[in-house]
Design a protein. Structure first.
Length: 185
């Protein structure tokens, strides 16, 4: 698990670094609060997606399965600031399907790590290919990055969209378009 003592020390140094009095009333419990919060928001470091993706059941259908609007909260690894938004996943089963809540769980495993959005998109797609072994998968993430909007580089509310396609989604543009029209970004 996370080393909370290290985090506490680091947060104290951070506060001193910006010129704060780390011992003043409002801040004295902050290092411990942050340490406990980090244990939760970086809990994905100690989990693997297959814990969820291997809970499959048999299905004859090879029609597209879509789970859209999966809300996620992650942390940008460049600035340690939140980015958050929606994940949308489509896959074409090859004899097996997974409970829809398990896809959301897999998203959460990767969201709760220091991340960049492009990498997280690819990791979700690759984990589904590896463990569920469908004919293909496509993952779309749409997110607002606080490190951009809070610093005024971009306008608030603007979003970054990333996509990853694997298997038949790479070969058949028709499938990509069908999925994209369903999520209407
Ligand atoms: Zn950032």
């Amino acid at each position: 698990m996370v080393d909370k003592e290290k985090i506490r020390k680091a947060v104290r140094l951070l506060l001193e670094g910006i010129g704060e009095e780390a011992d003043r009333e409002g801040l004295k419990d902050t290092p411990d609060r942050v340490a406990r919060m980090y244990e939760e928001i970086f809990g994905g470091m100690y989990e693997e997606p297959e814990e969820h993706l291997l809970k499959t059941f048999t299905a004859d259908s090879s029609d597209m399965v879509v789970e859209k609007d999966i809300t996620f909260y992650s942390t940008c690894e460049h600035h340690l600031m939140p980015f958050y938004g929606k994940a949308h996943i489509a896959y074409i089963p090859d004899g097996k399907v997974v409970g829809l809540s398990k896809l959301a769980r897999a998203v959460e495993v990767y969201a709760r790590r220091p991340q960049i959005q492009e990498q997280m998109t690819a990791q979700i797609a690759d984990a589904i290919m590896e463990h569920l072994k469908p004919k293909g998968v496509m993952v779309v993430l749409s997110a607002e990055h606080m490190c951009m909007t809070m610093r005024g580089v971009k306008k608030p509310g603007s979003s970054t969209v990333t996509m990853a396609s694997r298997g038949v989604f790479l070969q058949e543009e028709r499938l990509q378009n069908q999925f994209l029209s369903m999520i209407r970004l």
